[in-house]
Design a protein around this ligand. Structure first.
Ligand code: ATP
Ligand code: MG
Ligand code: MG
Length: 383
């Protein structure tokens, strides 16, 4: 039996909150570093939490004093503080993995060495219109200008349709370190949750993700109308990409399925991920359960990562009015087999992830039929 380990978590948002839910069921104490009353702290009453930010070295040092292993629900953390505390406490995944992954350009440069297919891209050094125009000549239009750091939910991306868009694109992403990516003409976006343990690299089934305004809206598990061969290839690619990094835990891998059925990596995250929320209802072990087990070297039977029933996850996102998400939740209450997860993040803002709903059914077709009325409600509330 394990020795009542304490897990420190950098970040207490919804991902941290769902990690706490999993840890609680195993009597594992989680010490959260974030603001008081953050979503994860609200469901965890003990005095081991730390008030502050995962970007403050002092706060990270303080958290390290309280736990046996540190993990993170977000990649935008102070990895220099993590490097420092790694001599005293286990850090999972490794600070090196988080440091490389948190910079999307460095992440891609690293993965290139392992032969991972991805969109051709170029680094900007001066962020001048001339430089970007030259890159545009090389990559063609449209191209996606991206911030290397602090990117999430597409905030950090700008689609450059032609040379004329260059001034607007540079203005939108000004003062950020940039690179530009060749446009990926995908027919579908896929994602795979990978679990790295002390001796294995495991994966959940391949899912289909649907982004709206660059924010994840829907996840279909398994990916619809995707042959098993592609499902397996996507899992293999995701495991290969994650194997390029040191450390244990969950990694979310986003991919493009191109017209010719080839796969390309979009990006990966060194953490539990929105594309894996469906595993709470869809599998015997959720991504959160698996993450906690992986970082503590507890057994993870691979069979527990198999899909039990087709699942669809719909994000509840802040909409046109401050109560849009509550109206969506109200509608979800009447949907059969719908599990509702609200994150208790306080005030909604347009585009802010406030919760999610997962519907499971005997067939994907049935799940689609059952969730459609809720998708319709959500669509009328868009900001
Ligand atoms: P996340 O919230 O997943 O961390 P992010 O802000 O890091 O998002 P990306 O994942 O790089 O951003 O891109 C967001 C979305 O933009 C992708 O899911 C995809 O729909 C679209 N996108 C990104 N890169 C490209 C590309 N090269 N070509 C076409 N579409 C792209
Ligand atoms: Mg990202
Ligand atoms: Mg992404």
């Amino acid at each position: 039996m394990w020795n009542s380990p304490k897990v420190g978590i950098l970040g207490g948002g919804q991902l941290g909150r769902m990690l706490v839910e999993s840890a609680n069921r195993l009597n594992i104490q989680t010490n959260i570093l974030d603001a008081d009353n953050s979503p994860a702290k609200q469901i965890s009453a003990h005095d081991g939490h730390v008030t502050g930010s995962f970007k403050e070295p002092d706060a990270v040092r303080k958290l390290a004093e309280t736990c046996d292993v540190i993990t993170a629900e977000i990649e935008h953390v102070d990895t220099y503080a993590l490097e420092e505390v790694a001599s005293k406490v286990r850090v999972e995944p490794s600070w090196q993995a988080i440091r490389t992954i948190q910079n999307k350009f460095n992440q891609k440069e690293h993965l290139r060495k392992y032969g991972i297919p991805m969109a051709d891209h170029r680094e900007l050094v001066n962020n001048t219109p001339e430089e970007l125009a030259q890159i545009g000549e090389q990559l063609g239009y449209p191209m996606m200008l991206k911030s290397k750091t602090m990117a999430y939910d597409g905030r950090g991306n700008f689609r450059v349709n032609s040379k004329e868009d260059i001034p607007e694109a540079l203005e939108a992403l000004k003062d950020r370190p940039l690179y530009s990516e060749k446009w990926a003409y995908f027919k579908m976006e896929l994602a795979v949750m990978v679990i790295k343990t002390k001796d294995d690299v495991l994966s959940y089934p391949t899912v289909e993700t649907v982004q709206e305004d660059s924010i994840c809206k829907l996840v279909y598990a398994p990916a619809r109308n995707v042959p098993d061969a592609i499902n397996q290839q996507a899992q293999a690619l995701a495991r290969k990409a994650v194997s390029a990094f040191e450390g244990k835990g969950a990694f979310g891998v986003e991919m493009f399925l191109l017209e010719d059925n080839s796969l390309m990596l979009c990006e990966l995250a060194s953490r539990i991920h929105n594309s894996g929320h469906w595993t709470i209802e869809g599998c015997a072990l959720s991504q959160f359960d698996s993450h906690i087990r992986a970082i503590l070297d507890l057994p993870i039977p691979p069979k527990s990562l198999e899909l039990l029933q087709p699942s669809i996850m719909l994000n509840i996102i802040g909409g046109a009015t401050p109560d849009s998400h509550l109206k969506a939740t109200q509608a979800a209450l009447s949907i059969p087999n719908a599990s509702i997860h609200l994150y208790s993040k306080g005030a909604a803002k347009p585009g802010r992830k406030m919760g999610h709903v997962t519907v499971t059914a005997a067939t994907m077709h049935e799940a689609e039929t059952v969730i459609q009325p809720l998708v319709d409600v959500v669509d009328t509330m868009r900001a």
